[in-house]
Write a protein that binds this ligand. Structure first.
Ligand code: ME8
Length: 650
């Protein structure tokens, strides 16, 4: 039987001087999805590329004193180097300046003109060179006279232009969106697009005469084809559409176009209408992810806050960066980037949770069993819970991956990692060894090794370099069959395997900030006796209204990430929030609805009172409370920029 196919794309990027971490985000997500689908037996095809035409590039090349093609060649080489560095295993990289693409764009233009969907007219409008987009009078007015997308200068442009009859297809498109709820994701984006189409679609100006760096209109070469019509075509030109290429038959329609939220309109209105006009099926899903922000704002060269992934890749491993991008941010909403959060994720999740699990396990197998993984012997009372996770987590991961919820897929895997660390503490293998309980000891060490092996298989699509390192330490490097999805079953690890301890796979990142508290801690220890005396005195006679440090210590304050938020029906003040606190997700009802719209809080890292007795508010069980600061009559959430959720506040 032929394998099922899976076709995924990223946007094709503009050759601006540097790609930033936002571009990496989409590309890592697409690569992870492709690797995951391949592991699941799919014939997966992943397309990325570069969008090289347009006035912006023509001007940049002129400023650099270069021919446009020479100018872009250099930049595209740096894109490809970045993707190699991040282990991006694309199936094809399409450049819009390649003849194989240009020919298809020209052919599509010709067909649509021949069938009457494209006609020649005249255009006058506000045009933003930077965004390569025309805007209506109202859009410009609403934005205060500047480009509604980038805030930059807009020119009034009047020129002869070819137009594409969009409105002709509007009703069909609306019907398609309504009958295919998965077509535009997340739902909020779908609603925006439906409203946009319902306002009526104007015919789209699809050619320019004011510059020449583009694909000429067939038989009318003073016009070049509008860059978006050119760019969107990449998704089918790369498959050899119009050339009788069997890849087009095999992979089209795409399963997912991944796009940033700013280019949803192009992908869910212009692109589907082009496809309808060509009589082609529409992509199954367009998924809009959010933006990675810095200090809650957009990255921009002028602000000097562009996060360069090459620099980060040199500083941290790319596996760690890939993990961070997919674990920290909620695919679909904006998230705030800071290097401190990145370091915290690497140290807590990778160095502590995962790395230590591997080093503790291999160290104990070496010390207690001479480096040999023995067959499980007698059961312990803690096995069942761990084994249940081995059975359940792959399904949870699958469900999350199908919804492109990478953060949830990784959170599911971490259930195994966290539980396995707890399992070690519960079973105390050192005590079993001391007491000569070798049968139980064999079980515990075997289960720990299986936990690592199973978690590693699940992590493979996200961290492609890590499995080889882990498997080498487990003594399984010559058994690739044990790294496959099919080998997720508990017990596949052969007894008698000889482990090979190695270096920590994710060394802890030491920072100046981290060193400082350690120094402080030493100093504190010195004064411990004194401090104890003082505390004791404080305990004796607490003044009225004063609490002791012990009282305060009862409050468990944690950093939580808001994953979802909605208004509580018939309650003006209340928002129902889903908050992730490390491994755990909980519902918290908070009285902030007057100050925050649900969308404003999603993605924020907030301060949570984590051990508050649950309370029922409007029938919803609320587990915890968010800390806020009062500002007159207003409330402001206390947010924590630099610590990942699960972190303790004290
Ligand atoms: O739009 N965080 O190219 P582009 C996350 N050539 N994603 C971000 C981001 C951020 N901070 N900044 C940008 C184009 N992006 C066109 C696409 S497709 C036929 C043509 C995302 O290089 C942005 O949302 O300007 C978009 O999806 C992608 O990067 C490419 O941006």
């Amino acid at each position: 039987m032929p394998k099922p196919t899976f076709y995924i794309t990223t946007p094709i990027y503009y050759p601006s001087a540097t790609l930033h971490i936002g571009h990496c985000y989409t590309t890592v997500a697409a690569d992870t999805m492709t690797r995951y689908k391949k592991m699941r037996g799919y014939d997966a095809y992943f397309l990325t590329g570069s969008d090289e035409h347009g006035q912006k590039i023509e001007r940049a090349a002129a400023a650099a004193g270069m021919e446009p093609i020479r100018y872009v060649d250099g930049i595209i080489a740096s894109f490809q180097e970045l993707w190699r560095k991040f282990d991006i295993d694309y199936s094809d990289f399409i450049r819009t300046t390649e003849p194989r693409h240009e020919e298809v764009v020209a052919e599509i233009f010709r067909r649509l003109r021949d069938q009457g969907d494209i006609y020649l007219g005249a255009y006058e409008g506000h045009y933003c060179v930077s965004c390569e987009t025309f805007f209506t009078e109202t859009q410009i007015k609403d934005a205060g006279g500047v480009c509604p997308d980038c805030g930059g200068h807009v020119d009034i442009v009047k020129e002869e232009s070819y137009f594409f009859k969009m409105d002709k297809y509007a009703d069909r498109l609306l019907a398609h969106i309504e009958s295919h709820p998965d077509f535009i994701q997340p739902v909020s984006r779908r609603n925006e697009m439906v409203n946009f189409i319902k306002q009526g679609l104007e015919d789209l100006s699809i050619s320019r005469t004011t510059f020449s760096w583009g694909i000429p209109v067939p038989d009318d070469p003073k016009h070049v084809i509008y860059v978006w019509l050119d760019a969107l075509t990449n998704y089918i030109s790369a498959l050899g559409y119009t050339k009788g290429d069997e890849r087009f038959e095999r992979y089209w329609p795409a399963d997912v176009h991944l796009v940033g939220k700013d280019i949803v309109r192009f992908h869910t209105i212009i692109w589907p209408i082009m496809l309808m006009a060509l009589g082609l099926p529409l992509p199954k899903k367009v998924f809009a992810h959010g933006w990675i922000l810095v200090n809650e704002g957009k990255m921009s060269k002028s602000k000097g806050n562009v996060v360069d992934p090459m620099i980060l890749a040199d500083r941290y491993s790319t596996d760690a960066l890939r993990y961070f991008l997919l674990r920290e941010f909620i695919f679909g909403t904006d998230g705030n980037y800071s290097e401190d959060v990145l370091i915290s994720r690497v140290n807590v999740d990778l160095a502590n949770d995962f790395g230590n699990l591997l080093s503790r396990t291999t160290a104990m197998i070496e010390k207690f069993q001479g480096g040999v993984i023995k067959a499980p012997g007698a059961k312990t009372e803690f096995d069942d819970e761990l084994l249940a996770l081995f059975r359940g987590v792959p399904g949870e991961m699958e469900e999350a991956m199908e919804k492109l919820e990478f953060h949830n897929a990784l959170a599911a895997v971490w259930k195994i990692v966290t539980k396995a660390n707890k399992y070690i503490d519960e079973c105390a293998p050192w005590a079993l060894n001391k007491n000569g309980e070798t049968e139980k000891l064999a079980t515990v060490l075997y289960n720990m090794a299986e936990a690592i092996r199973i978690a590693t298989i699940l992590l493979t699509p996200v961290m492609p370099n890590t499995p080889a390192k882990v498997f080498a330490q487990l003594g399984l490097e010559d058994k690739p069959e044990l790294a496959a999805w099919d080998a997720l079953t508990y017990g596949a690890l052969p007894a008698g395997t000889v482990i090979r301890r190695g270096e920590p796979i994710f060394p802890r990142i030491e920072t100046e900030k981290e060193a400082a508290p350690q120094k402080q801690e030493k100093k504190n220890k010195k004064n411990k006796a004194e401090a104890k005396k003082e505390q004791a005195a404080a305990k004796e006679e607490p003044a009225e209204g004063v609490i002791t440090i012990d009282d305060f210590a009862k409050v468990r304050l944690k950093v939580g990430k808001v994953l979802a938020a909605e208004k509580v029906e018939n309650a003006d003040k209340l928002l129902k929030l889903t908050v992730r606190v490390g491994e755990e997700e909980r519902t918290i009802v908070s009285g902030i609805a007057k100050f925050y719209a649900p969308d404003d809080v999603v993605g924020k890292n907030v301060a949570v009172v984590a051990n508050l007795k649950p309370a029922r508010l409007r029938g919803i069980e609320s587990r915890g409370m968010l800390l806020c600061a009062e500002n007159g009559d207003e409330l402001e959430l206390i947010t924590v920029d630099t610590i990942a959720d699960g972190g303790t506040i004290r």
